[in-house]
Design a protein. Structure first.
Length: 149
């Protein structure tokens, strides 16, 4: 019977082999931010189109290890079509899962659902890979800032 770790490995490999929302968007109206993880050689470009209070579209290009690329793919699925506020909540929830310093969610607020992204929680046990898992997210954070969102 397959365990949780096998299921998680399957999810990560699936997103690595068939990345979602892969590509680029025209800038402007979209903004772009680039991230690089020299420890592993991962490179990511995040294209973000914010329309009012909504993440209207997001695409990712780049290359790197399975952790970095699958995390980017899952990230696009998690935030695409969400409100900017929800995207920030998901970003915080993911960073918290990865053991990074993040302000606590306001009392009484439901924690954001991470869905497939929970497959990456095992990465916390391997500090050298945390940068791989969080690269897309720090790049997204920069893109949000570039978009004024
Ligand atoms: Zn990597």
């Amino acid at each position: 019977m397959p365990g949780l770790e096998d299921l998680y490995r399957e999810i990560i490999l699936d997103h690595y082999r068939s990345p979602r929302n892969r590509g680029t968007l025209d800038t402007p109206p979209a903004v772009m931010a680039q991230g690089h993880n020299p420890l592993c050689g991962d490179e990511i470009q995040v294209y973000l189109l914010v329309d009012g209070d909504t993440v209207a579209d997001v695409k990712v290009s780049g290359q790197g290890c399975s952790i970095s690329q699958s995390s980017a793919s899952m990230m696009t699925q998690a935030i695409r079509g969400k409100s900017v506020a929800d995207a920030h909540r998901i970003l915080d929830a993911f960073r918290r899962m990865m053991g990074l310093e993040v302000a606590d969610a306001p009392a009484g607020e439901e924690p954001a659902k991470l869905g497939d992204l929970e497959a990456l929680q095992g990465v916390v046990k391997f500090p050298v890979r945390i940068k791989c898992a969080t690269l897309a997210w720090s790049t997204l954070s920069q893109a949000m800032e570039n978009a004024g969102a």
